[in-house]
Design a protein around this ligand. Structure first.
Ligand SMILES: CC(C)(COP(=O)(O)OP(=O)(O)OC[C@H]1O[C@@H](n2cnc3c(N)ncnc32)[C@H](O)[C@@H]1OP(=O)(O)O)[C@@H](O)C(=O)NCCC(=O)NCCS
Length: 187
């Protein structure tokens, strides 16, 4: 597997990632806590209209300086994790993990975790204190993020919540000590 960043021309290949997934549970946020409810659906691929709606959003993100971490199996894009460049949050210290998908064929092989770590390193390098994730509420997705150390966001981004009210909004706190040391060394 080769890890590198996508070029602008490669952004459209994201839609060739096999998004199929059988979902058996959905998380809901109730009283500040996550509650898992049984729900079944067999998603065969990207929801209709997804590429038309989010293709331009991803290109805008790229043009602003977003980082498109990716894993390739030969020529085949196996997974991607996209980090925004624009800071959000009341302290302007959060970067959004905009997009994270692993092709069905490659799930459970460590790609999602590796790309998440790469996005964390990039966010740290850019001086962020937190990642913000508006995550699909399906059981596997939320369990994956929680396993990596993400928690329910203490401050909900109103704009992102308006776009995806059913998502579970999560945050991942970056290592504060490293940020302090870096600021001391680099001014
Ligand atoms: C969710 C998703 C990104 C996970 O990627 P992945 O490549 O399958 O995950 P990895 O194999 O890298 O797993 C990384 C770690 O998370 C853990 N993990 C993965 N899925 C998990 C789950 N459902 N529950 C608990 N832990 C999980 C793994 O055990 C591994 O732990 P380790 O590093 O301690 O060994 C991937 O399954 C996916 O793309 N799903 C469909 C699309 C999606 O949900 N995208 C997110 C939209 S917000």
């Amino acid at each position: 597997m080769d890890f590198r960043e996508l070029t602008r021309d490669e952004v459209t290949s994201i839609w060739k990632i096999d998004r199929a997934e059988v979902v058996r549970g959905i998380y809901h946020l109730e009283g500040g806590g996550l509650v898992l409810k049984s729900e079944f659906f067999d998603a065969k691929g990207w929801p209709p209209g997804e590429e038309d709606q989010y293709g331009p959003v991803l290109l805008d993100c790229f043009d602003r300086g977003g980082t498109f971490h990716a894993a390739f199996d030969g020529d085949k894009l196996a997974a991607t994790a996209v980090l925004e460049s624009r800071f959000i949050g009341s302290r302007q210290d959060q970067l959004q993990l905009v997009f994270m998908h692993v092709d069905k064929k490659y799930r459970g092989t460590g790609l999602g975790g590796s790309l998440f770590k790469q996005a964390v390193q990039t966010a740290r390098r850019k001086g962020a204190r937190q990642l913000y994730i508006s995550a699909t509420p399906s059981e596997n997705t939320i369990d994956f993020y929680r396993h990596l150390g993400c928690v329910v966001a203490t401050e909900i981004d109103k704009e992102l919540f308006k776009l995806e009210p059913e998502d579970i909004h999560l945050e991942y706190r970056l290592n504060q000590r490293l940020i302090l040391i870096r600021r001391m060394l680099c001014g």
